[in-house]
Structures are given as C-alpha cells and as structure tokens.
Write a protein that binds this ligand. Structure first.
Ligand SMILES: [Zn+2]
Length: 217
C-alpha cells in the first residue's frame, strides 16, 4: 500500500471526533459516514472536514493540508466536485464492507469505483524520509489538484480485495452502531467496534438483564 509520509505537525488544530477503529484506512473512511452515530462528525460535511479527516488518518501531513486548503479557496468548484466524488466512493466502499463478502455484484461495483479512481490519477510515486529518519512511500499527484486525495483510501480497499480480507470485515454487533472494522483477532471473534463503548454498553445491559432475572426468580 502506498502511504503518504506522516510528519507530526508542530501545533495541530483541534480535530473533530472521528472514529479510528477499523484497523484499515478504507474502513476508517467508511466509518466517517457515521454522522448518525453518537456524537460523531461526518468527514464529508465540508471540504475542510475532509482535509481534517485525511490529516487525522495520517494520509496528509500539515504542509499538504495547507496546500489543499489554498487550492480549495482558488478552485471552490473543484473542491466541491472532489467532495462529491469522495462521497460516491465512500458509498461504494460501505457496500463493499457490509455486503462484499457475499455479493458478487457489490464487489464488482466497488472494483469499478476503485479502478475509476486509480485510473484517473496521475502523479509521481516517491519514497520520502520522515523527520524521525524512517521512510515512507508517497504519491504526489499532478494535474487535478484534488485527484490524489482518494488514492491511499482506494489502495487500502484494493489491498483488502487482493489479500482476501473481506471475510474478516465486520459490522459492530451493537444494533444502533454502523461502524465497520477488520477483525484481526486470531479466533476471528471480534464483535465490537470498541470495547470501551459498544462492548461495555452490551455488558452493562446483560448485567441488568441478569440482575432483573435473578430478582424475579
Ligand atoms: Zn459499535
């Protein structure tokens, strides 16, 4: 997978609350449609929100975020189009996460979206040295100012297909939670997006039910 170098910004602005529980970039991106979740932000509500999410996901460093913000001011129509495109890709990837393992048609249309993005992007692949001395692959788009933003995300989804990971993609077992994640546990029995939230709520509910049953008996 190609990733952009992660360089710690000196003073990062406060970021909105985005969940990073997917263990895969593409699943974290899918989870940004979760405006309907408790206190979460939709990362595609505005171009600025999208840039912030890309930064918190580590695919854009502070410098490139600043470049994107400037370009969005210069080309507002382009930024809006990029946002719509991101939303379209996210929809296809949500379908892939939830139905991909069982439905050929869903896999095919996600594949078409992935290839549409990969095929459209022109740029330079590079290896860059991070400030801490480690190395990272990066992709520097040319031409379309916003064309490269979705590349790391669709690369991550492509990896999931290539590596056969779809059968390990799950939706949180909580009924009111639509977060998806990669189950990397050895026994393949991860049920919750997050033990601290959904897992705990379930345990508390089960405890209450048992306490009630005990009181009735
Ligand atoms: Zn959950």
């Amino acid at each position: 997978m190609l990733t952009h170098p992660v360089v710690a910004p000196p003073a990062p602005p406060p970021l909105p609350l985005f969940p990073f529980v997917g263990e895969r970039l593409w699943l974290d991106f899918v989870n940004t449609d979760a405006a309907r979740h408790r206190g979460r932000s939709d990362a595609l509500l505005s171009f600025e929100a999208f840039v912030r999410w890309l930064q918190s996901a580590g695919t854009l460093d502070a410098e490139r975020c600043a470049v994107m913000r400037r370009r969005a001011l210069q080309q507002p129509a382009g930024a809006t189009a990029a946002l719509l495109d991101a939303s379209r890709v996210r929809g296809a990837l949500r379908q892939l996460a939830e139905k991909g393992p069982r439905q050929d048609a869903v896999r095919d249309s996600a594949l078409a979206e992935i290839n549409r993005i990969l095929g459209r992007s022109a740029g330079t692949r590079r290896v860059e040295r991070r400030r801490d001395g480690t190395f990272a692959r990066s992709f520097v788009p040319v031409g379309d100012a916003f064309g490269g933003l979705l590349i790391p995300i669709v690369e991550s989804a492509a990896d999931a297909l290539v590596l056969g990971e779809l059968t390990r993609v799950r939706r949180c077992a909580a009924e009111d939670c639509a977060l998806v994640f990669f189950d990397g546990t050895r026994n393949g029995r991860r049920r919750w997006c997050d033990m601290a939230t959904c897992g705990n709520r379930f345990k508390a509910a089960r405890f209450r039910t048992r306490a009630r049953q005990a009181a009735e008996n």
